[in-house]
Write a protein that binds this ligand. Structure first.
Ligand code: PHE
Length: 443
């Protein structure tokens, strides 16, 4: 089988984890929830919840060396074939990819348009962004470009496609972010941004901030979609899956924090509000960059390119669980499986973008939510929490404890195993169940 190298795995898994969730979403939700206290909640959620599940998925993948569905059956104590239904979680990757590709298309459009002119006023920037999200032709063009790129990379396979693209794009991403960080350190507002992000104001924390931190920890680590499990099936057998998991979680968290520091420094430097929500990157930042002349233009272009790179390496990971499933379950060639999954997410992406337009909006809106928002809701509020609960309950109650213990003690102490086991068996499922019920609006 075509395996990653150990470092190739870390880069690919970090490439999957580091995405729009880090550079776009983390800063704007941190802004919405008032900074420092939210950052602490987020860090706790990563360490105690996210990392535990990450290690669980990685252990399963490395041990079973199979697609998600088969891995559950193989790992279960009884070998009960019903566990194959746990494979439902691979759907999330394809659904997320449908709208993620559209959003990446917007960003690619911003890269191109940053070469000409940047909006000088927030109202103008807001109008440009809204027009883009309603413009069928432009979105279709960029969505096609992104989807084509993703399919092209994935067709080449784990080693020549996914490992290679991460080997190129991840260092480039790190370089751009590092450059932007150095520039923000040179600005007066850097210290203000640091205080905003790291000095907690506990009055800002409520239960919805807590749940947002938990949901973000799952999304940013690419958990509960089968991605980490599937990538781990190509992790060398003797690699220390605990160490690789910690490395990936560390890189992912570092990128989120650095992105936050850069963006808040820029916002404070311009006196812009930190709580602009999803439009933060698409509306507030371009206006700030336009005030900095040619330097601002260079920063704008680099920033949006960094976002595209981060997003592409996540996008290629979302399709892999379905690919591996089709290849193993139906004995398909990689090419055929890629064509089927690629066409599926491409078409769903078109539905997502049409649902925001004036001409199709009404037709593609159901129960007050358009198709784009439904895809987000179904994955982040239903499928992913369910998948997380299923995975933890499975590990805690349906897998031979001795097997897990052996896998752990090859690399670490029994104490570490016991902490992890307790977290995954009891703490995580309870926390995620609360999140789940809350997201569905039941409490
Ligand atoms: N982790 C990616 C991000 O932060 C998104 C993602 C979710 C990737 C689920 C794969 C699976 O943008």
């Amino acid at each position: 089988m075509n395996k990653f190298s150990r470092i190739g795995f870390i880069l690919a898994a970090a490439g999957s984890a580091v995405g729009l969730g880090n550079v776009w979403k983390f800063p704007y939700i941190t802004g919405e929830y008032g900074g420092g206290a939210f950052v602490i909640m987020y860090l706790l959620a990563i360490i105690f919840i996210g990392l535990g599940v990450f290690i669980a998925e990685s252990l399963m993948g490395q041990h079973a060396e199979a697609n998600v569905s088969t891995s559950f059956v193989k790992m279960s104590k009884s070998g009960n074939p019903k566990w194959k239904y746990a494979g439902f979680m691979i759907l999330s990757g394809l659904i997320i990819l449908s709208f993620y590709s559209v959003v990446l298309g917007w960003i690619l459009n911003y890269v191109i348009s940053s070469f000409s002119t940047l909006p000088t006023e927030t109202s103008q920037a807001g109008a440009t962004f809204t027009n883009l999200t309603k413009d069928i032709g432009t979105q279709l063009f960029y969505h096609t470009l992104i989807a084509g790129t993703v399919v092209f990379i994935v067709l080449k396979g784990i080693k020549d496609g996914i490992e290679k693209i991460n080997l190129i794009l991840m260092p480039l991403l790190a370089m751009i972010l590092f450059g932007l960080l150095i520039y923000s350190i040179s600005l007066d507002s850097f210290s203000k941004a640091m205080s905003f992000m790291f000095i907690p104001d506990w009055s800002k924390i409520n239960s919805s901030a807590l749940l947002a931190a938990l949901g973000q920890a799952f999304f940013t680590l690419s958990l509960a979609t089968g991605v980490i499990l599937t990538y781990s099936a190509s992790l060398p057998k003797n690699a220390n899956f605990i160490k690789t998991s910690i490395s990936v979680a560390f890189i992912d968290t570092l990128v989120a924090l650095v992105s936050g520091i850069i963006i808040f420094t820029f916002l404070f430097e311009a006196g812009a509000p930190s709580s602009a929500g999803p439009g933060l990157v698409f509306i507030s930042l371009p206006v700030i960059f336009s005030g900095w002349g040619i330097l601002g233009q260079i920063i704008a272009i680099s920033f949006f390119i960094a976002l595209v790179f981060a997003g592409i390496t996540s996008a290629v990971s979302m399709i892999e669980p379905s690919l591996m499933f089709f290849i193993e379950r139906f004995k398909m060639t990689r090419k055929k499986a890629t064509i089927i999954t690629g066409t599926t997410f491409y078409l769903f992406g078109i539905i997502a973008l049409l649902s925001m337009s004036d001409s199709w909006g009404a037709t593609l809106t159901f129960f007050g939510k358009n198709a784009f928002d439904w895809m987000d809701f179904i994955t982040s509020s239903i499928l992913m929490p369910l998948a997380a609960i299923v995975t933890c309950v499975f590990i805690g109650f349906y897998v031979d404890k001795k097997l897990l213990e052996n896998k752990f003690t090859q690399h670490t102490s029994l104490l570490v195993f016991n902490i992890w086991y307790t977290l995954v068996k009891y703490i995580v499922p309870v926390a995620v169940t609360i999140l789940f019920i809350n997201k569905l609006g039941l409490i």
